[in-house]
Design a protein around this ligand. Sequence first.
Ligand code: SF4
Length: 198
Amino acid sequence: MADILYTYKNNVYVNLTNKCDCRCTFCIRSHQDSVGDSDTLWHKKDPTLEEVIAAMDDFDFEGYDELIYCGYGEPTCALDILTKSARYAKEKYGIRVRINTNGLANLYYGRDIIPELEGVVDSVSISLNAPDREEYMRVTRPQFEDAFDGMLDFAAECREKLPEVKFTVVDVLPEEDIEASQKLADTMGIGLRVRHYA
Ligand code: SF4
């Protein structure tokens, strides 16, 4: 069975699902089967809520102050398990919750899911990936034609309704794209984190 919880650089992560509605050109899944202390992040079958909770109860959260939903898939593709397990972790272990997401959940479900994150998710990190629609579609290869605008709308709503939201880009982007991404993030009043591409 694949690892549900794993640690990497003193953070603890939840590997909730292998489903994803993108096919990013840089996705780590195409290069390696594991990250950090995990053996494999490929599930034979995505975990149930009970299995996620059992993995949390087996884990010693001492020394960790944030639980990050980020694995070999898009965590919001398992939204129900995400929100229920995050609520459990917050209530039982008093830990902050962050999700690393592609920001396409409202398109994936065809409804506004952000109210379901309120009170459960403290921080959302959204993959901006590129400063414009054309480049975004090229690198992210999402299922949805209107993915770029949908992702920006998702970010704007998260900014209004959740305690913390950030965009991320990876540092393999050309310098001018990173600058343009910073400008876009500034315009939206959202911070940008330039992530090192390992
Ligand atoms: S959204 Fe994340 S998991 Fe999905 S293809 Fe892109 S990098 Fe990989």
